[in-house]
Write a protein that binds this ligand. Structure first.
Ligand code: DX5
Ligand code: ZN
Length: 228
């Protein structure tokens, strides 16, 4: 399994978004994470498909991982795919048909992802594993960057990794998002997460390239990439 680092654009300087996107591309990060908030599913608004399209225009080679925090993601899947989403994730708690949503994403040739809030048990995701390319465990309550990591989520990573392996999905990507830094990323990697979203931690670095390389190395060692 590949260990991947995804800086979250939510923590960027919105006064110079294009430069911030180029900074992520130049850092060697594996993808850009884009947080879409509808002020209903979460108590905050962020940005919409135009910013996904901007990322595609300024850094076409940078993979775009789009995290929908929306009550009705099903109504917007095509708009985000048309704008340039390479992976599209929505919440299992959303008010829509999860099967149809995941299938609709895959039909468009985009990677499908399902997300769980910290309070949602891992078991809520199990039925959908066959239709998911990746699963995202929120390690903060979704809605804002800069919050503290919730270590109570860690057992869910272990449980899902074991479940997926036992059911014939050893290649399922498990992502974590919220309060991720060098230490918390390693804790998640030890439990079997292999994709790491980091917003405020990455964007406050003077040298994002060094931070990406360091986090990737630490997580790969903890995950055990060399031995699996
Ligand atoms: C929170 C978002 C996160 C956020 C993470 O709802 O889903 O992607 O950007 O920010 P940090 O890394 O600052 O916790
Ligand atoms: Zn996110």
């Amino acid at each position: 399994m590949k260990v991947q680092i995804l800086p979250s654009l939510l923590a960027a300087d919105f006064g110079c978004l294009a430069d911030e996107i180029r900074r992520v591309a130049a850092s060697g990060a594996d993808a850009l994470h884009l947080d879409i908030m509808d002020a209903h599913f979460v108590p905050n608004l962020s940005f919409g498909p135009d910013v996904v399209a901007l990322a595609k225009r300024v850094s076409p080679g940078l993979f775009r991982n789009v995290h929908l925090m929306m009550t009705r993601p099903d109504l917007y899947l095509d708009r985000f795919i048309d704008a340039g989403a390479d992976a599209l994730q929505f919440h299992v708690e959303a008010d829509c048909d999860v099967w149809q949503g995941l299938a609709a994403i895959r039909r468009r040739g985009v990677r499908s992802g399902l997300v769980a809030r910290p309070q949602t048990p891992a078991e809520a995701l199990y039925p959908y594993v066959p239709l998911c390319d990746e699963v995202l465990f929120m390690t903060v309550n979704p809605g804002y960057g800069g919050q503290a990591f919730m270590s109570g989520v860690l057992p869910k990573i272990t449980a899902l990794r074991q479940y997926a392996a036992a059911r014939g999905f050893p290649g399922l990507d498990i992502m974590v998002d919220g309060g991720i830094n060098d230490e918390t990323a390693v804790q998640c990697a030890e439990r079997g997460a292999n994709q790491f979203v980091a917003g405020s931690f990455m964007f406050r670095q003077d040298d994002m390239s060094a931070a990406v390389a360091r986090m990737r190395g630490g997580c790969a060692r903890a995950y055990g990439t060399d031995t699996r």
